[in-house]
Ligand binder design. Structure first.
Ligand code: UDP
Length: 256
């Protein structure tokens, strides 16, 4: 269900992927920077006020990487379950931050933890979105050997999102690492196959393949810039749109 406001939007229902590492802010090595959380909450609020339906998958790298380093040699699957629990901690923190700015939220978990989150139920998640609630999907896919990028692709497809939004700390996908190379150019749009051919990093291959199979676009943008999420939803030229459309140009630079 779209509200009147949402009819002007390019993307009405989105799956927003936020990395756990972005929650570190600028000077932490692990944990959650409250300022980043508050900023994200305000950005999401602006997006909901536009009439967009927002579902969020959040990573766990800010909590999990530190633990992982301290426990080298742990069985992979066991460590991965710990990683999924880390995403729940972030999900709960984000849920609280969103509610503090006046949004209605639901946290759904891929691993049962009924006291703190609903189980993931696709149709229920869609109903929440239709009612204007922000839905956070925690615990990744619920399976080891996957990432939260894959969870974002999977849940995005399941809720029939218009696009996967990858909110990062950089402005999009570049020809080279912009932090190391002054000549690096941002792509405004690029075909998914060209991303693979150039070996650019957008999402891990499992996530990327899922998107390819369903022609799901991915839009990479800087979540740290105020108003960017709104701009993306309105279809303004922000970040990089990765598409699977053979009739569009293979790669288009931002300044072209
Ligand atoms: N994880 C997993 N299955 C999933 C999602 C996540 O096993 O479906 C584990 C995996 O160990 C991963 C960790 O949780 O390294 C944290 O997720 P991720 O690395 O995707 O977080 P981000 O890098 O986005 O902060």
């Amino acid at each position: 269900m779209s509200t009147d406001a949402s009819t002007d939007l390019t993307y009405c229902r989105v799956l927003l992927k936020l990395s756990g590492e972005a929650l570190l802010g600028t000077d932490r090595e692990f944990g959650i920077d409250e300022q980043v959380l508050r900023t994200y909450a305000k950005e999401v609020k602006k997006a909901v006020e536009l009439g967009a339906e927002i579902a969020i998958v959040i990573g766990g790298g800010n909590i999990f990487r530190g633990v992982q380093n301290a426990m080298k040699g742990m069985t992979r699957a066991h460590a991965d379950y710990m990683g999924m629990l880390a995403t729940m901690i972030n999900g709960m923190a984000l849920q609280d931050a969103l509610e503090q700015v006046g949004l209605q939220t639901r946290l759904q978990s891929s691993i049962k933890m009924e006291e703190i989150a609903e189980p993931f139920i696709r149709r229920r998640a869609i109903r929440h979105l239709e009612k204007g609630r922000v839905v956070i999907f925690g615990a990744g896919t619920g399976n080891p050997y996957f990432t939260t990028d894959t969870a974002a692709a999977l849940r995005g497809l399941e809720i029939d999102a218009d696009v996967i939004l990858k909110g990062t700390r950089v402005d999009g996908v570049f020809t080279a690492d912009p932090e190391k190379n002054d000549d690096a150019q941002r792509f405004r749009a690029i075909h998914g196959k060209e991303v693979i051919r150039r070996g650019l990093k957008v999402m891990d291959m499992t996530a990327f393949t899922l998107c390819q199979e369903s022609s799901m676009s991915i839009l990479v943008f800087n979540m740290g810039i105020s108003g960017n999420l709104r701009r993306v939803l309105k279809g303004e030229s922000v970040g990089t749109r990765v598409h699977w459309n053979d009739s569009e140009s293979i790669a288009e630079h931002a300044d072209a």
